[in-house]
Design a protein around this ligand. Sequence first.
Ligand SMILES: [Fe+2]
Length: 192
Amino acid sequence: MPLIHPLLAGTALVPDSLLRDENETVEPHVLAALTRSLGAATGIWTAILRHDPVNRWYTRLVLSGSVEVWLISWCPGQYTRAHDHGGAFGALSVIQGPVTEIACDADWRPRDWRQHERVASLTFDRNHIHKVGNSGTIPAATIHAYSPPELPMRYAPDAAEQAVEGFLLENALGGAATGDAAGALAVGGGRP
Ligand SMILES: [Fe+2]
């Protein structure tokens, strides 16, 4: 049986085609349409969303044979470790923002960075590697969808992660790469 958050059940925000048990891979544009429509349902996600300055907060909204969907919050200074998605396609929509993304090469080296403003949506391919977080001063939130679901993710080794953090401090944080700034990074595992 697919899992769906009680506040989404019966709303038609998640199409029946994405709530089947059969294993199926969904294209990125379908994932993006889903995260966008969920992001537009402000009344629903605001009732679910929490911000936790101590531990990065996230909750799963949907799990079926074809997709998993997560609602994730980012307090200022909270970041993922650089990670892949186990070969899954993905999409994310920024519902509170902005959030910062550092894209990495296949060998975990930081390639570029972007700031995604609120309501921005993006898709990513099976081989996408990135670090995501909040380099701003206000809480942020995102909705993520992946297909196929529940593929095991890989995380950057320590030395590579340090290089990505250095890139973040030098670029996205405007060169405020002092010891204090580095110490303020709250990096956690888990989704996205
Ligand atoms: Fe990710």
